[in-house]
Design a protein around this ligand. Structure first.
Ligand SMILES: [Zn+2]
Length: 119
């Protein structure tokens, strides 16, 4: 987006009205997902992960290939494909992937994800 020089913290996305484009670091996978700005910021805050972009990138985990680490770029906000939490939905607990959680249709599905994460 040409804003990379001043994009140091995830919260900087607010200034540009941007969402996040997350690209898996695994060169054989390179999965790309767009995550709604407010959703990712809420989850990062919830998990107390440092929101410095370079740190947050090392904390991402790919749901397709299980690889750790992904590039987090800015992308224009308001994309209909952006993954977002429904208003009022609880944040994912530790060990539950953000994308799976956001796509969970109901409480039954969310409970299944929690059980799965606990092994
Ligand atoms: Zn991947």
């Amino acid at each position: 987006m040409g804003h990379n020089k001043t994009y140091k913290f995830l919260a900087d996305a607010e200034r540009y009205d941007a969402d996040f484009l997350v690209v898996c670091w695994n060169w054989r996978c390179r999965r790309r997902v767009v995550i709604d700005r407010a959703t990712l910021l809420a989850v990062i805050g919830h998990k107390r992960i440092n929101s410095w972009v370079e740190i947050a990138e090392t904390k991402m985990r790919c749901l397709r290939c299980d690889h750790r680490g992904a590039t987090i770029k800015l992308t224009p906000g308001g994309s209909p494909q952006a993954i977002k939490l429904q208003p009022g939905a609880p944040l994912p607990p530790k060990g539950v992937g953000l994308v799976d959680w956001c796509l969970a249709a109901d409480d039954v599905e969310r409970k299944r994800l929690i059980r799965q994460a606990r092994g």
